[in-house]
Design a protein around this ligand. Structure first.
Ligand code: PEP
Length: 266
């Protein structure tokens, strides 16, 4: 039995109060019945709570502080995000790793704060084009995940991981399903190797140039627990189409050439 797929939208620094309300109208009219979340910029969280509160769509943030409170000007804590009814927070997105020099240690601390505040962290990992071409994907993923595993221990089972190859984000060049299956397999094995059997509960999403036309292909990969969607989450009709594909995704998900390992889990 294939578990229900999760679809997460990431608005990045886009949107407005008006767009949140318009999105909610479409959701109320045309709900496909899959588990889905829209991660909006922090100032739009109260509007998301107001607009989506009466709908099945959940809402979340795109980052939280590694600290609980104190003299951290401009930061937003996981607790504050939770007070606005959010259930999820994206952590360690490649744009934050790159533009804000976030380290794997900080990302692990943010995930701990998120869990303590009752949020589900969606932790993003993935190699850039240079690392892919240098066949360093396994090494990069191991490095990105090891501190998280150590910091969270058994709580790791409550985390969602999003495999987002940096070269696929916003480029229109999504990864091949076979590569996604192999990489998700590597991540799953690595988590179990380091954290024990409970880590097999971790959901692993794919993200990178997903749109309504290609979503079904990724969703039919047996190791893909759902999708993280950037650009295509801005248009409510596109997002709803992707959610529909997730809802319709059948129990007989295909395993797509997931046999060639990308590296050792250890
Ligand atoms: C993202 O921002 O996480 C993302 C996957 O973006 P896009 O879908 O636009 O490639």
């Amino acid at each position: 039995m294939t578990a229900a797929k999760l679809v997460v939208g990431n608005w990045k620094m886009n949107g407005s109060l008006v767009r949140v309300r318009a999105f909610a109208d479409v959701v109320a009219r045309d709900w496909p019945g899959c588990e889905s979340v829209l991660c909006v910029p922090h100032p739009l969280l109260p509007a998301a709570q107001m607009a989506f509160g009466a709908t099945p769509l959940r809402w979340g943030a795109q980052d939280c502080s590694a600290e609980d409170d104190g003299a951290f000007t401009g930061e937003v804590s996981a607790r504050m995000i939770g007070e606005l009814g959010a259930r999820y927070v994206i952590i360690g997105h490649s744009e934050r790793r790159l533009a804000h020099a976030e380290t794997d240690g900080q990302i692990a601390s943010k995930a701990q704060r998120a869990l303590a505040a009752g949020l589900t962290p969606i932790v993003c990992v993935g190699e850039n084009a240079e690392e892919r071409d240098g066949e360093q994907t396994a090494m990069v993923l191991r490095r990105q995940l090891v501190q998280l595993v150590r910091a969270l221990g058994r709580d790791l089972a409550c985390v969602v991981i999003a495999y987002e190859p940096v070269w696929a984000i916003g480029t229109g060049a999504a990864a091949e399903p076979g590569l996604i299956e192999r990489t998700h397999g590597f991540i799953a094995d690595m988590l179990v190797f380091h954290a024990g059997p409970s880590a097999s509960a971790v959901r692993i999403l794919y993200g990178g140039s997903v749109n309504p036309r290609n979503a079904g292909v990724f969703l039919s990969c047996s190791r893909v627990a759902g999708l993280l969607v950037g650009g295509a989450s801005l248009a409510p009709t596109d997002f709803m189409q992707i959610c529909k594909a997730a809802a319709q995704c059948s129990d007989n998900a295909a395993s797509v050439d997931g046999n060639t390992p990308i590296g050792q889990a250890s």
